[in-house]
Write a protein that binds this ligand. Sequence first.
Ligand code: GLA
Length: 376
Amino acid sequence: MEKEKQFKYAVSAAGRINLIGEHIDYCGGKVMPAALSLRNTVYIRPNGSDRINLAWTDLPARISLEIGRLNDYRKVKYADYPAGVAYVWQQAGHKLIGCDILQDCAVPFGSGLSSSAAIEVSTMVALATVAGETPDLRQIALLSQKAENEYCGVNCGIMDQFASAMGKKDHAILLDCKTLDYEYIPLDLGDYELVIANCNKPHALVESKYNERRAEVERALELLQQVYPSIGCLADLTPDLFERAKHVLSGKILDRATHVVYECARVAEAAEALKAGNIGRLAQLINASHDSLSKLYEVTGREPDALAYAARTQEGCIASRMIGAGFGGCTISLVEKGRTDAFRENVGRAYREAVGYDASFYDTSIEDGVSITKLS
Ligand code: GLA
C-alpha cells in the first residue's frame, strides 16, 4: 500500500445488494438496496496538468485523458467509465483539475453487485473532492446514472448509483425510483443473516437482454395507457387496477408486466415486514420475488436458479433470490445465524454437482455508500 500513500485522498463507493424490488426501478417502482463493504476505491492527487491520468491496481493499462476533449473516450476500454463521469460532471458545470487516479476495485466484475456504479460514484466524488468541492451525493447518483446511460450506452435505472452514493451502515434504503424520495430502514434480520453467493456464470450477455426487458415493459405501459391514460409508469398500477386491464396484454408482455406490478406490491409489504421484525414474511416475499423473476420476467437462467433453489433446501435458510440484472451474478440468502458455514459448504457442493463449477461466497457487511479519507 506504499504507492497509495502518495495520494491526497482515498474515496470509496460501495457495491450493493438489493433485498427486494428487482427490475422495477426503471418502471418507477420502489426498491430496497443496501451498500456493501465490497467497494471501489479511487486514490487521487492533483498533478498540475490539464490531464486526468488513470491507472489500476489490477490492470497494466495506463490511460491519459485530456480534460479539454473528454467526449472522445467513449469506446476506450477501461477508461470509458471514468471518462464518462468526468465528462458528465464537467457538462453539469463543475470544475475539473488535472489529477492522477489509481482505481482499486474490490467489487467482483459481472457479479450483479454493481461494480460499475461503485466505479462511477467513487470517481465522480474523487474528482469533485480534489477540485475542492463538497459534492451532493444525490446529485452524484443521478449524474453517475447519466454517464452510464449516455456515455457508456448502458440503459440502467437509478437503483445502483443511488445505493452506492447514499447507502447507510446497517440500513436498507427504501427508494422510490419515481420521485427519488427515500427512507432508511434498519436492516435488523433477527436470528438471520445475509449470505451473498456468486454463481460465477461466465460470459452472461446481460446488456442486450436487459434492454429487451426494458422495451417489453415500455410496450406494456403503452397498451395499459389505452385503458388508464393518466398512468405515467407501471408502478402507478395497483394489482387490482392491473387485473382489470390486463386483457389488453398477452404472451411475454403480459408476463413481464405481471412481474412488475406484483413486485411493486411485494416491496411495499416487505418494507412493512422488515420494520415490524417479521422476518418470516420478508423471507416469503424474497422467495416470491425470485420465482417471479425466474418464471415471468425470465432473467434468472439455469445457474442463478440452481444456486437459489439449492440454498432454499438447506436447513436454516428461509429465503434465497437472485439480485441485480440477472442472467448470472449473485444471490442473497437469509440464513440462521450460526449455520452459515454449513450453508456455504452444502450449497457450494450442491451447486457444483448441478452446474459443474464452483460458486463463490463473500464475507461482507452493510456500510455507508461513500467514504472520503484525506491522506496527505
Ligand atoms: C441492474 C441495473 C439497475 C436495475 C437492476 C435490476 O443492476 O443497473 O438499474 O434495473 O439491474 O433491478
